[in-house]
Write a protein that binds this ligand. Sequence first.
Ligand code: FAD
Length: 466
Amino acid sequence: MERRPILVWFRQDLRLHDNEALTKAVSSDQPIIPVYVFDERVFKGTTGFGFRKTGQFRAKFLLECVENLKSNLKKLGADLIIRTGRPEEEIYHLVKETHASSVYCNRERTDEEVKVQDNLEKSLWTLGIEIQYFRGKMLFHTGDLPFPVSQTPDIFTHFRKEVEKYVPVREPLPTPTKISFSSIIKDIGSTPSLKELDFEESVGTEEFDISLKGGEGEALARLRYYLWDTDLIKQYKETRNGLLGLDYSSKLSPYLAAGCLSPKLVYQEVKDYERSKGGNKSTYWLIFELLWRDFFRFIAKKYGNEIFKISGTARQRKVSKLIDWEIFNKWASGQTGVPFIDANMRELNRTGFMSNRGRQNVASFLVKDLKLNWLLGAEYFESLLIDYDPCSNYGNWNYVAGVGSDPRENRYFNIMTQAKRYDPDGNFIRYWLPELKELGESSIFAPKKGMSIDYPAPIVDFSKWN
Ligand code: FAD
């Protein structure tokens, strides 16, 4: 008689390498059932302000990730059971049907994901089954930190100094070479189409310079490309504030967010690269940025749902609650009449991606110039970003809105100075705002009144940035 199987529930960990839940299940002597559930609330639901919870670009990216996971599992002799619905119900039924002895998954820490976990756990208890939780999202393990997570420093630099020299990054777990698959489930299920998830079928970004396909295979290829094939990492510190194209920064964020790529593997590869080809400030800086990612995750663990509230982790009460849909819609659609802002927002709307420099500027503009409720912007990003991650998104928005971990009070981005510094020739603006492509450097950043172009008048007074 076949031993009772273990059900491995994939979530934001769509990979075979360095996947603790999968590795532990494979190393048991039980057969396993890998499962992914397209949560209808995540794919079809809306945010508090009514934006679609998962925008079309991320949906397409995630479908690609799941398809790739399935084909990688097949190469190891397994398969992926796919369902669409509510994970806490679908997994429960699968456990009941298969008499699985337990459910293994990598633990999530943010509110909505935790609620799903908790609800599943409660219903599994009625079957006498438990969830076994594992880790896999970060560089550092909570237990390795020199402080309890509740004492995580609120300022990034303090956090970094306490961890980077003293806390080792553990080795990533290897990809299993073979999986003992339980074929007890006959209805394998399949990846829904974009149409079945209520999206348009033709979601494409191929026409733009920036087009990323989902999946572990693509993630590993991108990592290899950025380090070994092109040595782009060697100039990362100088190029990372770029705006146009794929290569000014690593573009690993969508893969890290979906869990197609382990941050520990990135760390290990950078260290190997440094040993083999030499390290410099740039190779270090990629790790530095990954520390930001861990920092926001620890902050989210420390403060729980505070990151999603208007007063943020700083519990700041002096914060704008203004909701003005007319102004907001101009910001969101890239129609503010401020070319640098509009170019960035149109890139986001057309591709699901925006550079870090762009994100800082459009977020600052929404909060400090338009004086809108920052949650509007954060939810809009949540919907649109191909690399949306609750901790990184809300952590960064907290920071920009002055309700988080920014040690400097009243940090302000002068949008004109930023545009001229980071897009000196105006080529980024011309790329995303073709209606301005004939303008020269004297007017591309602030088109003059009366010019015969089809572009909105600015909603703020440019003279504030003189
Ligand atoms: P690189 O410059 O190559 O950096 C390497 C990796 O380091 C990134 O992939 C990312 O995982 C991490 N990283 C870099 N900067 C940050 C940062 N400031 N905070 C956290 N991690 C960082 N990043 C997300 O992954 N998801 C989000 O939802 C998200 N929302 C953001 C919202 C705002 C308002 C701002 C200002 C930033 C946000 N970021 C978010 C951080 C950052 O903009 C992106 O991680 C980065 O632009 C992704 O491109 P890259 O992979 O080429 O980054």
